[in-house]
Design a protein around this ligand. Sequence first.
Ligand SMILES: Cc1cc2nc3c(=O)[nH]c(=O)nc-3n(C[C@H](O)[C@H](O)[C@H](O)COP(=O)(O)OP(=O)(O)OC[C@H]3O[C@@H](n4cnc5c(N)ncnc54)[C@H](O)[C@@H]3O)c2cc1C
Length: 454
Amino acid sequence: MSHKFVIVGAGLSGLSNAFFIKHFFPKAQITLIEQSNRVGGMIVSNNRNGFICEEGPRSIRMGKYNRPLYHILNKIGLYKEFVPSIQQPYSYIYWNGKLNAVPLQMNLGTISQFIKDNGSGDLFKLIKAYPKIMLMNPNTDNLGEYLDHVLGKDLTEKYAESVFYGIYGESVYNLSKALCYTKSHMKGYDDQEISKDLSLDKDFEQVRDEKLQGANSYRFKNGVESLTKRLHDYLQETYKMEYKMQLNSKAKGIDLAKKELIVESREEQEEQRINYDYLILNAPTHQLSQIMANSNLNKIGEMFRGVKCNSLVTRNICWNQKILPKEFEGFGYLINPKQEQVILGMVADSLSFPSQYPENATNLSVMSIYDVNDHVILSELSKHLGVKIPEPKEIITKSWSKAFTRFSPGHQEEMKKIESELNTKNIIIGANNYTLAIPELVYLSYSKMKQLYL
Ligand SMILES: Cc1cc2nc3c(=O)[nH]c(=O)nc-3n(C[C@H](O)[C@H](O)[C@H](O)COP(=O)(O)OP(=O)(O)OC[C@H]3O[C@@H](n4cnc5c(N)ncnc54)[C@H](O)[C@@H]3O)c2cc1C
């Protein structure tokens, strides 16, 4: 078996692909093709006057799918820079003109606050729905239809819509139950089995257990971007000539007969042809449809074209003072799509990671579907929080246009069809076609490379 791997996209998917390729195929030659002038893709951390501003992901969730990512963090030594989140008692939902508490910790205080804000009727309905959530399995991949069955329409509309709209920027009635709720793409995950491939050092486990105890997510001393920067440095230092990064280079098409990737470089006049044994494509869906169409893979191009993409605008807003009301004790809040606001939700970064911001400072990340003037965002914030918002010290805006594959009902089945067509051509599609969550993305990279090895 020859071992020439070409990877399109140097975000976390591409970098973790490279890491696991070297794990399973030590002699592999890897070339990464990246259209921008940096590695990291959506992971962007900026330090502005002592404020860590995350323009993309702001934290990595803990939980059961972390081992492949932990293995990487162990190898690249980044675990020494773990910053745990401080768990807040609540998240909030904006509903009927005010923020309503939703407990993130179950105790008497948080439950009584929930009843105060939402009434005891909602609590009873939720308790009654719980066994149905565990037992009912209506045969539909439409998340909204499923939730209507198990929760009832009013709970779905108020709570589930807010949560899923906040994460996926889309109504539950347009989302896949398999991908967004049941997570069936993670079915093969088996920690015991994975531990045979991916060990963790005692020192790693000790530091992790000490530092992350009681947290539900984490990031790093200099922000999430340390992950992609350090992983790239590690791969370069460890594998030298066997790991090649080509920045400012855009993948345009594939010559299937010759097994060549066609690349347009900003620095070269002529297009370049790069020979591969295996080609891994981590570009977003709308780019993949273009690459397929340019490669006489029209049927697959059409299938990718049918996949909708969502956009998002994030704003990091910083103040040198406390601006949240005293009673706000939340990770952040979500806006129900029925409430007709521009903002989708807000994450209170400086409450979750206080050690990363100047004392008494506030840093909020505000998400919206489309871009509007800063003053619209600030006036909505003020309305939601019920306080007068002072002039911010800094606002950093980032627009993520068509960046997110929409996980519509039937999406997983569609991807399986595409994969079966591409596998025979030694082309692998990226994990971002199935998930947004960082630990899951890294696990899927690992499992795809392992399948090749087996
Ligand atoms: C605002 C925001 C908040 C998020 N919050 C969280 C969070 O809190 N927790 C969490 O776990 N996840 C979160 N995510 C999701 C997570 O960041 C992403 O799922 C993950 O970073 C995607 O990595 P990727 O490598 O698959 O894709 P990307 O990072 O998009 O990388 C793809 C790369 O491919 C390159 N590329 C595209 N087309 C071509 C081409 N034709 N040729 C060459 N290169 C190309 C791009 O330039 C890019 O560098 C968030 C994302 C965003 C944007």
